[in-house]
Design a protein around this ligand. Structure first.
Ligand code: 3UK
Length: 527
């Protein structure tokens, strides 16, 4: 088999992939298209009017890889990316992979404290950021106990690419070698860098992208979820690149106005959102009537899509939203509704090439219909968390099984129904939110003695944080409007903006166990 090639084998019970021994994944995703005659086709279109052809993409990727090499970024060294959705994200991600380095895209909504941790944890050789994020990135660099040898703004990166050679021999890799990391958060403790292999993006693109969703060369993909999420990375980068389609990139915050403008301008055929945004778009559709007719399928992930949103969206727009569950550790969606098989209010059925088990506390499968922890097995799961052997052992189980931390049951027809998290973690607008982290920020405020945060469903049936506060001086509890505003600002300044509580309760005490643990389940029951 030719170097860097992969075959899809469909003659057994289930499809499988065969990789060449020497396999650098930048070649099939980027260089292949030029060899296949797609050089002039648009790989990327942007909201600010750029169009990048496959040939231009391959050149910039080669230049970027060479630049990293000449700067001295060694094979396996980490390149942190705090980069908005723009073509440079592609150049850097694939350039690093082609040169043998490990790109690590980070959530661009985080705060200095979060970036400081990731700089130290990853021991990154380089950090590249968009100027929009300098107010959080620069203090993080100043405070970090590790200094990346190279710190670059994306504009400087572009300037420097001009003088660099585009021809780059792909660094020799195999399909099971490390490729890139994505950080995932937990309810306590710090984010964990999930290590993905060269093969993982091929698995998700082929078995979810092509087999499940039917992505093809004529598709134009627009993801409201940004590239730094595993969800957005697949939707707006690996799926279109795998099939030679076109990605539409838009840097601004995804609001109903922004997404409708992009859809009307670029006429995407596949649109990827999260439940919170679908709810906001539905509300906006009361006032506006954008032309959404280019869309073949809408996709939702990140948190469960309520059946009512599915129904109202279909009624209002005529298109179907395919809900599927994915994770950073699995890289993309592994259980999904599909174009010809949907059951609203469920996550759907297994994507080909993944297996699932629902197990009880003893680790044994529960009878069909009963709830338990969902484990999955498949070719795209992260091999480990960086430097976190205990967390790795809890999540990456024997024989390749991955524990999702989600409680699921399978209905009589085989559809998987989401029943909540095994831990206290919340998904707010599709993004991980730790109640413990919000509580820790709240009690930094001098007027707060104790705080507890739980998830509560809003009118759309979507989960948002709710805070229960015990004040240092109970007498302040009279008029709480000003206090609430003060605490709201305090949370927003210290944490990523989506994490602020939407409801506040000022109480005399919090329910606790005999050992002093907050009983969050009692607060959840209290609404
Ligand atoms: C929850 C869902 C119910 C679930 C993701 C698509 O969300 C993604 O990755 P994360 O690591 O979070 C994973 C966790 O989020 N979840 C995701 N989708 C659903 N719960 N229904 C859903 N449809 O708790 C899961 O364990 O942020 C989603 C593709 C790639 C991804 N990384």
């Amino acid at each position: 088999m030719k170097d860097h090639c992969v075959d899809v084998v469909r003659d057994g019970d289930r499809p499988a992939l065969r990789f060449a021994d020497r396999f650098n994944v930048a070649v099939p995703f980027v260089d292949r298209h030029v060899a296949e005659g797609r050089g002039e086709k648009a790989a990327i279109r942007t909201l600010d009017g750029q169009e990048i052809s496959y040939a231009a993409l391959a050149e910039s990727v080669g230049r970027c890889g060479n630049l990293l090499k000449t700067m001295g970024v060694a094979p396996d060294a980490r390149v942190l990316m705090i980069v908005k959705d723009c073509p440079e994200f592609f150049y850097l991600f694939w350039g690093a992979i082609k040169a043998g380095a490990i790109p690590v895209p980070l959530n661009t909504l985080l705060r200095a404290k979060d970036y400081q941790y990731m700089i130290e944890d990853s021991q990154a050789a380089a950090l590249v950021y968009s100027p929009e994020f300098s107010a959080e990135v620069e203090p993080a660099l100043a405070a970090a106990g590790h200094t990346p040898s190279h710190v670059l703004l994306t504009d400087d990166l572009l300037d420097r690419l001009g003088g660099v050679d585009a021809a780059l021999e792909p660094y020799p890799r195999s399909a099971d070698d490390d490729c890139f990391w994505l950080y995932s958060s937990g309810s306590t403790g710090f984010p964990k860098g999930a290590i993905h292999r060269q093969r993982d993006m091929v698995v998700t693109s082929e078995f979810y992208g092509v087999d499940t969703l039917g992505v093809g060369e004529d598709d134009v993909c627009f993801s409201a979820a940004k590239l730094f999420f595993a969800y957005g990375l697949g939707n707006a980068m690996t799926f279109p690149l795998w099939v030679g389609g076109t990605a539409v990139l838009a840097a601004p915050r995804p609001t109903p106005d922004m997404t409708f403008e992009v859809i009307e301008t670029f006429k995407p055929t596949l649109y990827f959102g999260v439940p919170t945004l679908y709810a906001a778009q539905l509300a906006a559709l009361d006032q506006a009537s954008p032309d959404l007719s280019s869309i073949r399928w809408c996709v939702s992930a990140g948190e469960a899509l309520p059946a009512d949103i599915f129904r109202r969206w279909k009624e209002r727009t005529g298109t179907v939203i395919l809900d599927g569950i994915g994770s950073t550790e699995a890289l993309h969606i592994f259980i999904s509704n599909t174009p010809d098989d949907q059951r609203p209010g469920t996550s759907g059925r297994m994507v080909p090439c993944y297996d699932a088990r629902i197990v009880g506390e003893d680790g044994q499968p529960v009878p069909r219909g009963e709830a338990g922890t969902l484990l999955i097995l498949g070719g795209s799961t992260a091999r480990a968390y960086w430097n976190k052997p205990e967390k790795t052992a809890e999540t990456m189980l024997a024989d390749g099984w991955l524990s999702t931390g989600d409680t699921y049951r399978q209905d009589e027809d085989g559809y998987y129904v989401y029943e909540g998290r095994a831990d206290d973690m919340l998904k707010v607008g599709g993004i991980w939110t730790s109640p413990v982290e919000i509580e820790a920020r709240l009690i930094e405020h001098p007027k707060v003695l104790e705080a507890a945060v739980v998830g509560r469903a809003d009118d759309e049936d979507l989960i948002k944080p709710e805070a229960w506060i015990v004040l240092t001086d109970a007498a302040q509890g009279g008029d709480t409007t000003a206090l609430q505003a003060e605490l709201h600002d305090h949370v927003k300044q210290g944490l990523a903006p989506y994490k602020y509580p939407r409801w506040w309760h000022f109480v005399d005490e919090l329910p606790k166990t005999a050992t002093g643990k907050i009983q969050r389940f009692k607060l959840r029951a209290d609404d």
